[in-house]
Design a protein around this ligand. Structure first.
Ligand code: AHG
Ligand code: MN
Ligand code: MN
Length: 335
């Protein structure tokens, strides 16, 4: 049998894997495991919707705008509804912060966990059959169980995440997560309808040759970012940019690379959102040996001040990120 590094066979289902690893969770009451299974179930449902989106009339614009004034795609809205419902019915979540909702969604105050989620990441790729994803972080609330959820419960630093993960709806569908003890990847086996262990203890390569950035914004980047890109070009590195953060992240974690979303003229504080995009990927990156910074601070050390706060993001193989941020002039203060 093909044993994984963890001693559990490749092909172990996610459910069994979670049950066997329950002692890993610092609050091993089974609640967190259930919550993770709820997310996986919702992910399978979204996967079905994503796969048939070309057949049904669920692609395209919804006609609405989300809290950041961006067009909401129908699948964005569908995914948001599915995850909210799964977390509500699962009964382990007291509150959700979602990209698609301006305010905190309050669920059962008797529950312990807060979920931050980007239900569908990579909206611009939905209609064109390109990989998209879901990103999630789970926190333990600070205020007492049973009382109304407070802002302090959701505005926690990334270092407080108890679980983080993503689902990638790609050429295959994968769920990747960490509880702070390594990063494990599961691939959806369609005939069984189960996520099965395919990549255990994933290691982020220390160095790489891929750089991922929207180079169309080149002239709106700070000069040190332009200098770094020029260096990548001089070294004939590979430019790879899908425009779905989850997919770009996953590729770089598997192959070695750097992902950059700097501040630009259009997004002076960066485009990506700290709570439900950057923190989860930062946790996974660090757990696998990668690095995530805003240029002068570790992403997971940033104390959030607002639900939909944005941040510049430099994420990837430690050697590449170190090189990139070494070009930042000493007097540049990145918020
Ligand atoms: P979302 O679809 O959840 O709003 O996220 C879009 C994000 C991210 O997935 C992607 O990496 C980035 O926006 C792409 O932005 P640009 O089109 O500006 O490159
Ligand atoms: Mn996103
Ligand atoms: Mn999204």
């Amino acid at each position: 049998m093909n044993k994984s590094k963890l001693g559990l066979p490749i092909g172990t289902t996610l459910d069994r894997f979670i049950r066997r690893k329950e002692e890993e969770f610092s609050f091993a009451t089974g609640e967190l495991s259930q919550l993770l299974r709820d997310i996986a179930l919702a992910g399978k449902i979204i996967n079905k919707e994503v796969n048939k989106s070309g057949l049904l009339d669920i692609t395209g614009g919804f006609g609405g705008k989300n809290v950041q004034g961006e067009d909401q795609q129908k699948l964005d809205v569908v995914a948001d509804i599915r995850f909210t419902r799964a977390l509500k019915n699962g009964g382990m979540t007291c509150a959700i912060v979602s990209e698609e909702n301006r305010e905190i969604i309050h669920l059962n105050p008797n529950c312990r966990y807060v979920v931050a989620i980007d239900p569908l990441d990579g909206s611009s790729n939905i209609d064109v059959n390109v990989s998209i994803g879901t990103i999630f972080s789970i926190y333990k609330r600070i205020s007492p169980v049973g009382s109304p959820v407070q802002e302090e419960d959701v505005l926690q630093k990334g270092t407080e995440q108890v679980v983080a993960g993503y689902i990638l709806y790609g050429s295959s569908t994968m769920l990747v997560y960490t509880t702070g003890r390594g990063v494990h990847g599961f691939t959806l086996e369609y005939s069984l309808g189960e996520f099965v262990l395919s990549n255990d203890n994933i290691t982020y390569p220390e160095d790489g040759t891929i750089y991922s950035i929207n180079e169309g914004n080149f002239y709106t980047f700070d000069s040190w970012v332009r200098a770094y890109i020029e260096e990548c070009r001089r070294k004939q590195m590979s430019a790879r940019y899908i425009g779905s953060l989850v997919a770009d992240f996953h590729r770089n974690m598997m192959k070695g690379g750097i992902y950059l979303y700097p501040n630009t003229v259009k997004y002076p504080e960066g485009k990506l959102r700290l709570l439900y995009e950057c923190n989860a990927l930062a946790f996974i990156a660090e757990q696998s040996g990668g690095v995530a910074t805003n240029g002068n601070q570790r992403i997971m050390d940033i104390l959030p001040e607002a639900l939909h706060q944005r941040t510049p993001l430099y994420l990837g193989s430690p050697k590449m990120v170190k090189k990139a941020v070494s070009l930042i002039p000493a007097d540049t203060l990145i918020k």
